[in-house]
Every structure is written in structure tokens, then in C-alpha cells.
Design a protein around this ligand. Structure first.
Ligand code: PLP
Length: 364
């Protein structure tokens, strides 16, 4: 028995806290299986709280929502010019992102053939270097939008590359670029609709980025790279102690022989491991020496940090030895613990295997 516990009361607290700061439309971002909390369940949670637009990163997620009878607006954040994907976008009534002339002409052609009007948001590349039109392309874009009679532009958006780090200059540079592009489009006669650029970090740190809508994902989980005291961190793995025993002094614990008992040690074996997201940090690419050094420094700090603890029947016990794929061992010499006792440990839901059962609970 093991599951990812999602505390709905905590999620609700986070939602209301963030909603109070947003004086504009909230687009709830649900990529990555709803940040690990469950795509469909989260879409309906946000629906219950008045959100009428959700955003996903892949067409498969958008289709899954429709297959599960989600009827509000779904914005697909990725631009596509693949004919079969555009076909599904129209069939499933998904709001497309237009990031290239090819994507626009494919969407317009297919909508025209069906004699319908497709709804889309246009994506501008204000500095990320991924989807979207470059600032130099505004004239071409304006003509293409005007000519595309079967596509209605409902909004325009862009994405920050560095809002989560402390880099206000980068955020302001992208914001200025985005607003200048919009000015130019408007002067060329384009009605751009709603303007949105803020993700969670920008939303919390730079209120001038809110514009007409904000796209929030990780903040709802209270999981950001900076401290957010008002938000609960969502996500814990819950299970039960599956076995217990006592090891003699000097005995190895776990893979790689990195831990030896210093005294007779009562251990509890827990039936979860890194497949369930435990002890997993996102691995990062370090392209610059500065970053590589920063990551090494963090690893070194990690060594001197207190061991990770799990909670067993309301008491804490340190993890000893290396976390296995499906098993974790804790030292329970100092506490009252029994086979079958409830265990819980914090994990980032995004790292938890999608197959693991999610339990949604209103409270303790
Ligand atoms: C992931 C994503 C978001 C939400 O980012 P958070 O930092 O999790 O709030 C917003 N916009 C786009 C385009 C994204 O890919």
C-alpha cells in the first residue's frame, strides 16, 4: 500500500491565497499530469474554484481532458504545424497556440475546409528562444493574421526564461519587448485580445507582469525556487511500515555500502523509493562553469545536511543508507514503531511515477 497524498484543503488555501493577489484572469497550468497531482482531477478542482481556462503542454493532455468530459477552454501552449495535430485541435475544440506562419496557415486552411472559426492565441518570442514570432516579424505576422479569416486571435502571450531566478533585469527586458511587439501589432490594425506573460514566479515577484491574465502552475503546489511562507507545499508519499528488524553493530545498510551501523540498530523497511519520487532532485544541465560550481557547492552542502526524515505514527525517523528504487530503510531505534504503522514523507509530485495512486483528502 502506497499512494501520493494530495491535501485538497492545502490546495484550496494556496488557490485562495494566490487568487487574492490576482486581479486578472487566472489560467491554471496543468502540464506534466497536472504537476503530478493528476490531470483530470486538477482540471475539475480548478473548475470548482471558478477557473474557466486551463493550459496544457501536449495535445495528448488536452485530448485526455476532453475524453473525461472537461468542457471549459483548454489552451494548448505548444505551437504545431503538423496536419494531424491541427486536425485533432479542431476536432476536440482546443484553443491553439500560433507560434509560426506555418502553424497559422495550417490551422486556417483546416478551419476553412470545415467552415468554422478556430480560436487561437499568438505566441511571441520575447527572449526565450522557443515557440513564437521574433520581434522583427511583427509586420509579416500582422498581415498573416489579417489574412487568416478562419482563425480568431483571442490572445497574445510570451514566456519568461528566468523569472524563477533573481533576475529582474531579464524579466523587465522580456516584458518591454513583449509590450512593444503588441504596440506594433495594434498599430498594424491587429486586435490582439488578452495579453499574458506571467508564470508563477513572475506573478509573485513582479506584479507589473500580470497584464490581462496570469498562467499559474507550480505556485498552486507551493513549490517554487524561492520561499513562499503563505503557501503549503503539496505532496507527500503515504504508506505503512512493511517490516522491521534489528541489525548488529557494523552491519551494512543498502546499496553501495555507504552506511554501517554504529550500534545495534532497529530498522524499519518502507515499501517506497526513488521510483516514487523520494530523494529525487531534478537533474540539471550545467552549461556554464558558474552553474557547475553552484551545483557542486549544493551537493557538498547536502553532505553536511541532516539526513532526510520520514514520519512514522507522528514521530520522525532518519533515512539510512541509499534510497532504493522501491525500498527505503529508516532507523527507528529511538522511537515506538510497529509493522503497519502509517508512514509519510514529503515528495515533489512532479517526480512521482504517474502510475502511483493519488489520494485526494479534504484534511488530516
Ligand atoms: C509551465 C508554464 C507555465 C507555468 O509555469 P509555473 O512556473 O509552473 O507557474 C506558464 N506558461 C508556460 C508557457 C509554461 O510552459
Amino acid at each position: 500500500m502506497k499512494a501520493l497524498l494530495v491535501r485538497l484543503d492545502h490546495l484550496e488555501h494556496n488557490f485562495k491565497t494566490l487568487q487574492a493577489l490576482a486581479h486578472v484572469k487566472i489560467i491554471a497550468v496543468l502540464k506534466g499530469n497536472g504537476y503530478g497531482l493528476g490531470l483530470v482531477e486538477m482540471a475539475f478542482f480548478y473548475q470548482q474554484h471558478g477557473v474557466t481556462t486551463v493550459a496544457v503542454a501536449s495535445l495528448a493532455e488536452a485530448m485526455l481532458l476532453r475524453d473525461n468530459h472537461y468542457e471549459h477552454q483548454i489552451l494548448l501552449l505548444s505551437s504545431t504545424c503538423l496536419a494531424e495535430e491541427v486536425e485533432a485541435i479542431l476536432k476536440y475544440n482546443i484553443t491553439a497556440t500560433i507560434g509560426s506562419l506555418e502553424a497559422l496557415s495550417e490551422l486556417n486552411a483546416q478551419a476553412k475546409a470545415l467552415d468554422i472559426t478556430a480560436i487561437a492565441h499568438v505566441k511571441l518570442d520575447s527572449g526565450f528562444g522557443r515557440y513564437g514570432f521574433l520581434p522583427t516579424a511583427m509586420q509579416t505576422l500582422a498581415s498573416a493574421i489579417t489574412a487568416a479569416e478562419n482563425v480568431q486571435m483571442q490572445g497574445v502571450f510570451s514566456h519568461f526564461s528566468n523569472a524563477c531566478n533573481d533576475n529582474p533585469a531579464s524579466v523587465q527586458r522580456q516584458l518591454t519587448c513583449f509590450l512593444q511587439c503588441i504596440d506594433e501589432l495594434e498599430q498594424l490594425g491587429v486586435d490582439v485580445g488578452i495579453r499574458h506573460i506571467a508564470n508563477s514566479s513572475a506573478f509573485l515577484k513582479f506584479p507589473n507582469t500580470h497584464l490581462d491574465a496570469v498562467r499559474i502552475g507550480s505556485a498552486f503546489l507551493g513549490r517554487l525556487t524561492f520561499a513562499t511562507p503563505d503557501l503549503h507545499r503539496i505532496g507527500s508519499l503515504v504508506s505503512k511500515v512493511s517490516e522491521m528488524k534489528t541489525l548488529p553493530v557494523g552491519h551494512n545498510v543498502g546499496y553501495a555500502d555507504i552506511f554501517q551501523t554504529r550500534r545495534p540498530t532497529k530498522i524499519a523497511i518502507l515499501p517506497f523509493g526513488y521510483i516514487d519520487g523520494l530523494g529525487l532532485e531534478r537533474s540539471r544541465d550545467a552549461f556554464k562553469l558558474k552553474e557547475a560550481i553552484r551545483y557542486i557547492a549544493r551537493e557538498i552542502k547536502q553532505i553536511f545536511r541532516k539526513p532526510m526524515v520520514v514520519e512514522i505514527a507522528g514521530q520522525t525517523a532518519p533515512i539510512i543508507g541509499r534510497i532504493g528504487m522501491c525500498h527505503t530503510i529508516v532507523d527507528v531505534s529511538h522511537i515506538q514503531a510497529n509493522v503497519g504503522d502509517p508512514v509519510s514523507v514529503r515528495v515533489n509530485p512532479l517526480m512521482v511515477d504517474g502510475c502511483l495512486k493519488r489520494i485526494y483528502k479534504a484534511g488530516e
